[in-house]
Design a protein around this ligand. Structure first.
Ligand SMILES: [Zn+2]
Length: 237
């Protein structure tokens, strides 16, 4: 909250500068969204409606995954028995210093809305088409065929979004439907990669409640990566 209020105050100051020094208006011309949030900030200040100010992604951002859950869900074993959910860690860079980098994670039970779809509805519901938006996902498994179709649609209709997906495991990669979905996603401009041992360490440091303990990679991590990497290369070639 405090940070928001401070930003709003700074924006208000900028807007005042524009008013006072007419010549600088051009420089500040691109802050129309900033002016809008300054107006919102003032309104919210009057009305004291604090919780409504936060979009959903800010609630998720800052949450960290339980280390035991991470080690189980992200383990890149060949057969993923018992892992009936997807955990999706995300980084969103809108190249805008005011918004900064968004970080967080989503998880689903496969019965409900999948994490991939929830990301676009909950974390990135609005994204200014004029703003380049670089999104990186680290997912415990690659998307199902329904999700690959939905993601491809989003990428086609929102050209400002660049998406890279790093997956610990390939979900049902032997299925033709899945392979077709991954190809369509690739064709839609999505970068698809299998997580390397280094990616697991990075994800652990970035998204897990690790208490500064390093991740001890499991014995066959590299071998499993190589296995999935080869499968993905065959599918996408
Ligand atoms: Zn799905």
């Amino acid at each position: 909250m405090r940070r928001k209020e401070k930003e709003a105050a700074e924006v208000t100051k900028d807007v005042k500068e524009v008013t006072n020094e007419g010549e600088k208006a051009v420089e500040h011309g691109e802050t129309s969204s900033a002016e809008a949030s300054a107006t919102n900030g003032a309104q919210n200040g009057d009305l004291q409606v604090e919780p409504m100010e936060l979009p959903p992604f800010e609630i998720i951002t800052g949450d960290r995954i339980d280390p035991f859950v991470f080690k189980f869900q992200f383990k890149n074993v060949e057969y993923s028995s018992g892992r009936n959910k997807t955990i999706l860690c995300y980084l969103v860079d809108r190249g805008n210093t005011m918004d900064g980098l968004l970080r967080g994670f989503l998880e689903d039970e496969h019965a409900g809305t999948h994490a991939e779809e929830a990301f676009f509805t909950q974390c990135l519901p609005h994204c200014d088409p004029a703003t380049k938006c670089t999104v990186t996902w680290y997912v415990s498994s690659s998307p199902c065929s329904a999700c690959t179709a939905k993601i491809a649609e989003v990428l086609k209709s929102r050209k400002n979004i660049k998406l890279s997906i790093f997956a610990a495991r390939l979900f049902e990669w032997e299925e033709e439907e899945i392979q077709a979905g991954l190809k369509a996603l690739h064709a839609a401009g999505c970068k698809l990669r299998v997580m390397k041992p280094l990616d697991f360490s990075y994800t652990w440091d970035t998204f897990v409640e690790s208490d500064d303990q390093p991740l001890n990679l499991w014995e066959d991590c590299k071998e499993n990566y190589e296995f999935y990497h080869e499968k993905l290369a065959d599918i996408l070639e």
